[in-house]
Write a protein that binds this ligand. Structure first.
Ligand SMILES: Cc1cc2nc3c(=O)[nH]c(=O)nc-3n(C[C@H](O)[C@H](O)[C@H](O)COP(=O)(O)O)c2cc1C
Length: 506
């Protein structure tokens, strides 16, 4: 059976720790099994100094206070008789023990101990429902970060009735202390805010079904993160999966999918504070999915990287530029993947120069290809035989032109190579798109920018977002000139974003 008690331990340098623990015991109490979490001080101390003392007590106030952190001041303590440790003389009885073995392969550690001495100080008070209610409430209070709010509130309401009917002064105080602490813990456990950048995709490098020799990698390509427009969400613990704000339905679907994939019973409410429209070539779906997943992971104390998060929300199926960009921003090159279910590894990441800007031109009336249309475009591609040659030429543009130009801050060389790369990528989809670009509006925007002397211009992903790489001094004048010549559009002057998503508690 499990006996709920209080364990005192000390660290290698003699700091005393007092924590409620429920060891597995037999009636004869010659040995027992402690099960502390690997994050607990009790576990750390017993690893450093394998001796301690288990106390049986009816002092519910001490138990409640010890459950929620360091006791200050410490209760009365006397040195143990047979181990280097400390005894609580206010307890009913105590068992001094020595560690026999520690198995810490799992989160919940198993520590087998042998009892080397025991003492009895006073009688146990006896059964009292309020004392048991405080023990239950103390356990709940140590799990606030793991359990849904509604479950804790419902349990506390039931326990409060028992305390009200059967408590003495000590139990009343203990219960009030726990109720207040749970409230405070909650406040510090407010929502998680995640802000992430947008992704530009400059074109896929290689496609399924093309013979590039072996091993054949699919997709791959280049892209970058821009600081605007950003995706920002607040993820709150909640009883049901709900969402509000732009793209709310997608956010709620991502949340539900992610929680199921992580095996969590915790539901969340997602407040989408900002999100650009979906399917415009800015990779918004991936950024939103990853932001929601990251919020859920943070709320439940997990820190998976973006690649793991992407798997939990089903993103990164073709290109993984947005996934890697969520982690670290920058100008990114990925080399494609071998199997459908993989996420392409990141080949390289470079900071985008601080004094370059990206003009983004977004039409108000178009959205890009996605879903079935996108898959249809891939099917068409598989029939084309010129693709391996395009892949070769594009690889050369990346390695011999764009990356060195980026490192040397040579805007013209970088821009020329990017323009050519993007056209070659578009050429592969000519049949599906009806041209190098996906819409006559995009062709018009690209040609206008080229007329204005901008060299690094193209379509991001399936469009319709058009990008132009310019020097910071030219950005605003060019935006103004463009505004006069291209209609029905929004123009954004963005910077490269050289950092990953920002995660904070507001
Ligand atoms: C009655 C009771 C029994 C508990 N049993 C355990 C346990 O067996 N293992 C554990 O890791 N935490 C247990 N806890 C929670 C710990 O006491 C709590 O997390 C404490 O903050 C961890 O202590 P430490 O980090 O000071 O060692 C229990 C709490 C209560 C109120």
């Amino acid at each position: 059976m499990i006996l709920e008690g209080i364990v005192t331990t000390q660290s290698a340098v003699g700091e005393i720790n007092i924590a409620p623990m429920g060891p597995r015991v037999d009636a004869d109490m010659t040995r027992f099994l402690l099960r502390p979490f690997n994050t607990s001080t009790t576990y750390r101390n017993l690893r450093e100094h394998g001796e301690g003392v288990l106390h049986v007590t009816d002092d519910t106030l001490l138990l409640a206070r010890a459950a929620l952190g360091r006791l200050d001041p410490l209760p009365p303590l006397i040195p143990a008789r047979s181990v280097r440790g400390w005894v609580l003389p206010g307890a009913c009885r105590c068992y001094e023990f020595r560690v026999l073995s520690i198995d810490d392969r799992t989160e919940r550690v198993s520590i087998e101990v042998e009892v080397v001495d025991s003492q009895t100080f006073r009688d146990f008070f006896g059964f009292n429902r309020a004392k048991h209610a405080v023990v239950e409430a103390a356990i709940l209070a140590t799990r606030v970060h793991l359990l849904p709010r509604a479950e804790i509130d419902a349990e506390f309401a039931k326990l409060a009735m028992i305390v009200q009917k059967t408590a003495g002064e000590q139990e009343r105080q203990a219960f009030e202390f726990l109720r207040t602490q749970v409230g405070l813990l909650r406040e510090s456990e407010g929502p998680i805010r995640i802000r992430t950048a947008s992704r530009l995709h400059f074109g896929l490098l290689s496609l399924p079904g093309c013979d590039h020799g072996s091993p054949q990698r699919m997709f791959g390509g280049i892209g970058m993160m821009v600081d605007q427009p950003s995706v920002e969400v607040l993820v709150h613990k909640s009883e049901r999966f709900t969402a509000e704000g732009p793209l709310a339905d997608r956010a709620a679907q991502f949340a539900e999918r992610c929680a199921a994939s992580l095996g969590l019973s915790q539901a969340v409410h997602v407040q989408v504070v900002h999100a650009p429209p979906d399917h415009v070539g800015l990779g918004v779906g991936t950024q939103l999915g990853l932001a929601v997943a990251r919020g859920i992971a943070e709320l439940t104390g997990q820190k998976p990287d973006a690649v793991s998060l992407a798997k939990h929300v089903g993103r990164g199926l073709r290109s993984a530029i947005g996934v890697h960009g969520f982690d670290g921003g920058g100008f990114l090159v990925e080399g494609g993947k071998l199997a459908e279910s993989d996420i392409s590894p990141l080949v390289g990441r470079w900071d985008f120069p601080d004094d370059w800007r990206v003009l983004l031109i977004l039409p108000k009336h178009l959205t890009g290809a996605h879903g079935l249309h996108e898959l249809g475009a891939f099917a068409d591609l598989q029939r084309q035989s010129a693709l391996p040659l395009a892949t070769d030429a594009m690889s050369r543009l990346i390695l011999l032109a764009m990356i060195p130009a980026l490192l040397e801050r040579n805007l013209n060389v970088f821009s020329d190579a990017l323009y050519e790369y993007n056209r070659k990528a578009g050429e592969m989809f000519r049949d599906a798109q009806g041209g190098i670009y996906a819409d006559p509006w995009i062709t018009h925007a690209v040609e206008t920018l080229r007329d204005l002397g901008v060299r690094g211009v193209g379509q991001s992903s399936w469009g319709p977002a058009v990008f132009a790489i310019v020097h910071q001094t030219d950005a605003e004048p060019l935006a103004a000139q463009l505004a006069e010549r291209v209609e029905h559009r929004e123009i954004i002057v963005a910077r490269g974003c050289n950092q990953g998503a920002i995660v904070a508690r507001p």
